[in-house]
Ligand binder design. Structure first.
Ligand SMILES: [Fe+2]
Ligand SMILES: [Fe+2]
Length: 266
């Protein structure tokens, strides 16, 4: 199921929940930014392809889109990318050289429809100015989020994601514990390198987001978070480097799980 909800007059969220047995739900979000040159930020999960397109059509005619901002090339972000490019010849993809390169290993992007933007660089898209930002936590080296000057929204890609037991439409509806625990677990799963990072350097990265003072933080894997939550989001992330490192279930646990499933189906 892919649902949609509006978080600003001109910004819609397209979302589905991906269950991870034993851990909870990961929201998977893409975003539509309306304006003189509408932008789709990421394109849903490969698994959700059939369900993503009707949800997208419910908020905008895909023929009206002019840009896809591909925050990175993971399977939960590239689902409908090629279908959209095939359907709409006016669509162009904003990515990095590395993003373009990674896509070329599986499903190359048409080179004449790519716009390369590096972190720190700015692109004008119709009536919007977007500044590319490397978020403080990420799971793919081509990751590029961005700050939209018009709305004051920071699109942070996988950064600030959380594993949750239930997914509200606003992160403000999560308890302090659910937000902190969910974010820290996600950060240890998605960015395990945080445990080895230089703490001062990481604090400076977090400070960069603090200085941005976004009016809203939109993560690919967290419900929409109003700007007043930024300090809490940063505090959760600051706790990740010293948190318990994530170790996934091992073969014995998998066999136990499979035996349980077989038993349940008898
Ligand atoms: Fe990712
Ligand atoms: Fe992701």
């Amino acid at each position: 199921m892919v649902n949609s909800y509006k978080v600003a007059p001109d910004i819609e969220v397209l979302t589905s929940n991906f269950p991870i047995p034993g851990y909870g739900l990961v929201p998977i979000n893409a975003f539509v930014i309306k304006g003189s040159e509408p932008i789709l930020v990421d394109t849903g999960a490969v698994l959700d392809r059939e369900r993503f397109m009707p949800a997208l059509r419910s908020v905008i005619d895909p023929a009206d889109l002019r840009w896809i901002w591909l925050t990175h090339t993971d399977f939960d972000h590239t689902g409908s990318l090629h279908q959209l490019l095939a359907e709409n010849p006016q669509l162009r993809v904003i990515t990095t050289f590395l993003g373009m390169g990674i896509m070329s290993l599986a499903a190359p992007l048409p080179l004449d429809r790519i716009r390369l933007v590096n972190p720190g660089q700015t692109i004008t898209v119709g009536n919007r100015t977007l500044t590319a930002v490397k978020p403080p936590a990420f799971d793919n080296p081509c990751t590029t989020g961005f700050y939209d000057e018009k709305s004051g929204v920071f699109f942070s890609s996988d950064c600030f994601g959380a594993l949750l037991q239930a997914v509200p439409q606003s992160a403000a509806d999560l308890s302090d514990t659910d937000l902190l625990d969910g974010q820290v677990l996600w950060a240890t799963v998605d960015s395990p390198w945080l445990h080895t990072v230089n703490r001062d350097a990481f604090a400076r990265q977090l400070d960069g987001i603090r200085k941005m003072a976004p009016k809203m933080v939109l993560s690919s894997h967290l419900p929409a978070a109003p700007g007043h939550m930024t300090e809490r989001l940063l505090a959760s992330l600051a706790a990740a480097p010293t948190a318990q490192p994530f170790v996934g279930p091992d073969q014995a646990a998998l066999e136990q799980m499979l035996a349980g499933m077989t038993g349940a189906s008898r």
